[in-house]
Design a protein around this ligand. Structure first.
Ligand SMILES: *Cc1c(COP(=O)(O)O)cnc(C)c1O
Length: 484
């Protein structure tokens, strides 16, 4: 252990100060606080110098792993590079200093950004209009499902309370549907990983509100039967929801609106290069086809004939309000900057390059790792552990060993369709050299599994903490230094 791995409490020395408060009396302010609410004793905080605080936080930050520190092929998460110009724009005082209750005439530029981003997303996805208010992908799902429900209610069609979700779906899909009060009906996948249209047909009746689909699905496979699925669902009176969290491979290639989807959400904190991890902030804009525009949530940005923008509140047919104000504006700005920096032509390269990178890794490793579905993938693909499983080395061991070589682990044990799933998504922002480096290490690990399985079973060896008991860490977390 290095000296500064010590907890900051261990460095504490009574009376040491890290910061000097301005020399003025706080007594008058304190007198305003009712006696019952005042502290009887000083809080037990570490007493350290400013330098100790700086070292504490700097060292902590270096124990962390992010896209800025190394390759992060976390399938279904699109950990692409976050260009630094996005940060510069988001930090501009004219944007960072605004207040959500400012009068419209003082934030015309901000409202214009909102409108223009919504417009760009409509063009990329083939939808009529967007709300940028939802804070995350799952929040977008809930918003989209509320729009679907509101649509059926507005037609007096109250029986439609069931929603179809494929067995390969991301876990947030059934969760959002349940929060929206819908009953989940599962449709199975075929051997080749695609939704089984024959399994779908008997599920369709006048109680079906719609279907939630991810395309490419969580196996990284394009649902080729989407046109047929769309007409089956529409014929039975339902709507199609598109989980566009992983829109990356389709950007510039195919538009969900053209596939027949009625509602979708995007994860700006995946496909549109804004940072994510650690729980937020994110942005999950929702786009709708023309017939669903009246049901979008409020507040909305509306434009008059002279191009003047205002924020509109209550609206008769709207599904309601899903967030305090107009979304995480800093995240929206980053995504807008990203789209403008790429421009119309380069945006079209995002999808093809993401797909090329994923297929390159897949083809380069399939003689060492078990590839359960042999076909061209989109932006990600799934291995089912090592090809030679006789050594007892598991996917968890492989993931932990990768950390020793400075790579973040891929997504493991998801999707649930395979026992030893490893889901790899390189994204388009990595160089061929980085992909080759990753391939080399993955091949090396496959060789180690035979020559020295123990080094994998006990990995990681070089990280600040070794292999954790993740279940206990989640169920009984130790979140503070000491019992007070
Ligand atoms: C990430 C993801 C989500 C959920 O997005 P959050 O922003 O984490 O709520 C939903 N669906 C898919 C396919 C995803 O990859």
């Amino acid at each position: 252990m290095k000296y500064y791995d010590k907890l900051i409490f261990d460095l504490s020395k009574a009376g040491r100060q890290g910061y000097s408060l301005p020399a003025r009396s706080w007594d008058a302010t304190l007198a305003d606080i009712p006696a019952g609410l005042r502290r009887a004793q000083a809080p037990a905080l570490p007493e350290v110098s400013e330098l100790d605080v700086v070292r504490h936080y700097t060292n902590l930050s270096q124990m962390n792993f992010g896209v800025d520190s190394g390759f992060y092929p976390l399938g279904s998460c699109t950990m692409k590079y976050n260009p630094k110009i996005n940060e510069e724009i988001a930090a501009m005082p004219a944007f960072a200093g605004i207040h959500p209750l400012q009068p419209s005439e003082t934030v015309q530029g901000v409202l214009r950004v909102y409108k223009e981003l919504a417009h760009a997303l409509s063009a990329i996805t083939g939808m009529a209009e967007f709300t940028l208010n939802p804070f995350a992908g799952a929040h977008g799902e809930l918003t989209g499902l509320m729009i679907i429900r509101q649509y059926h209610i507005s037609r007096g069609d109250l029986k439609r309370t069931r929603i179809i979700v494929p067995d390969s779906a991301h876990g947030t899909n059934p969760a959002s549907a349940a929060v929206c009060g819908l009953e989940i009906v599962q449709v199975k996948s075929k051997e080749n990983g695609l939704v089984d249209v024959e399994d779908l047909k008997p599920l369709l009746d006048d109680t079906i509100a719609g279907i939630m689909m991810t395309n490419p699905n969580t196996l990284g496979l394009f649902e080729k039967d989407i046109k047929e699925i769309a007409s089956l669902i529409h014929e039975c009176g339902g709507l199609l929801y598109y989980d566009g969290a992983n829109m990356n491979p389709l950007i510039g290639m195919v538009r969900p609106g053209d596939m027949g989807f009625d509602v979708l959400h995007l994860n700006l904190h995946k496909s549109f290069s804004t940072p994510h991890g650690g729980g937020g902030p994110g942005a999950g804009p929702v786009g709708v086809a023309a017939h669903l525009v009246p049901f979008l949530p409020v507040p909305k940005v509306v434009e008059d004939e002279e191009g003047y923008l205002t924020i509109a509140g209550q609206d008769g047919e709207s599904c309601g309000q899903i967030s305090g104000f107009m979304g995480n504006f800093g995240v929206l700005l980053r995504a807008y900057t990203y789209i403008l920096m790429l421009g119309k032509q380069n945006v079209k390269m995002v999808g093809p390059l993401a797909v090329l990178g994923a297929n390159y890794i897949k083809e380069s490793l399939k003689d060492c790792y078990k590839l359960p579905i042999e076909s061209v993938c989109k932006h990600e693909f799934v291995f089912d552990g090592l090809l030679d499983q006789s050594t007892g080395v598991t996917t968890l061991d492989i993931a932990k060993r990768l950390l020793d070589y400075g790579f973040h682990a891929p997504t493991i044990y998801f999707p649930l369709l395979f026992h030893q799933a490893i889901m790899i998504e390189p994204t388009e922002t990595e160089s061929k050299e980085t992909l080759d480096g990753f391939i080399e290490i993955m091949r090396h690990i496959a060789a180690e599994a035979i020559s020295d399985p123990e080094s994998l079973k006990t990995a990681p060896h070089t990280t600040p903490v070794r292999r954790l008991d993740e279940t206990t860490a989640a169920r009984q977390p130790v979140l503070r230094y000491a019992e007070m």
